[in-house]
Design a protein around this ligand. Structure first.
Ligand SMILES: [Zn+2]
Length: 253
């Protein structure tokens, strides 16, 4: 869909801030119906956010034709995107850090969009359901055996609670097996893919700039999608150099 940024009366129209906000339309933009002073606040927010990002920006993750999650020289062809949010505290609100309710609130959140190849996507997806699948398979098999009346009867003859005890044991074993299998496969996949997103070079760089992964857990997962986000902060593709200087010119006031 085409952009509809048509409100030329907006103090931010056509400025670098407008390009960085990268809204589809003026309607729904943070600067919609705002006066000059409020628009200055929006500009200040966007400038602060961009000052926190790595200088090289984040667009290179999704603009290339190759996978940004592959390790090494031979990178796969991009066929989908892994979305992954990173958050940063607002440095202008440092005092709030002392608040009891600091928790995990971020002043800024930007979506990273990793261009991703088929293999990397499959590796992540396999690991995300492997534990559950292993549990279901082992537990299901145990249930099938114990549910056979002759088997159940002979178990009950030993001790009434034995069938239940065996099911509980199977549950424990299947859970552990899922964990072990996941760990083994992750370390194997990790030779080809940044299975720990914190090791991905741009994420590592952002972590060093005090960004945090919004997703919880030891190995936060990206969310895969065929189409990337095209609108909103962090989704803009930087304009070519000559176009940019034109915009910069408009920015001087
Ligand atoms: Zn890949």
């Amino acid at each position: 869909m085409e952009q509809e940024r048509t409100n030329r009366n907006c103090p931010l129209w056509g400025t670098e801030t407008c390009a960085r906000l990268n809204m589809r339309a003026c309607r729904g933009c943070p600067a919609e119906n705002k006066d000059v002073r409020e628009c200055d606040d929006v500009r200040d927010d966007v400038d602060t956010l961009y000052a926190l990002l790595p200088e090289e920006g984040i667009a290179s993750l999704f603009t290339g034709e190759t996978c940004s999650l592959c390790k090494g020289e031979n990178k796969g062809k991009r066929e989908s995107y892994g979305l992954f949010d990173m958050g940063h505290a607002d440095p202008r609100a440092v005092k709030k850090k002392l608040s009891l309710f600091r928790g995990k609130t971020y002043g800024f959140v930007v979506p990273l969009q990793f261009g991703c190849c088929k293999d990397c996507r499959r590796r992540f997806q396999l690991l995300s359901w492997l534990g559950m699948l292993t549990t279901i398979l082992i537990l299901g098999a145990a249930l099938l055996v114990v549910a056979q009346e002759p088997v159940a009867q002979s178990l009950r003859n030993v001790w009434r609670g034995l069938p239940l005890l065996l099911m509980l044991l199977a549950a424990g074993i299947s859970f552990l097996a899922g964990k072990v299998l996941t760990r083994v496969l992750r370390s194997r996949f990790n030779e080809r893919t940044y299975m720990d997103l914190r090791e991905q070079p741009l994420v590592r760089r952002m972590l060093s700039l005090d960004w945090e992964c919004v997703a919880e857990g030891k190995y936060p997962q990206p969310v895969f999608t065929r189409k990337r986000l095209r609108y909103g902060v962090g989704t803009a593709v930087p304009a070519p150099a000559e176009e940019k200087s034109e915009h910069d010119g408009e920015n001087l006031d």
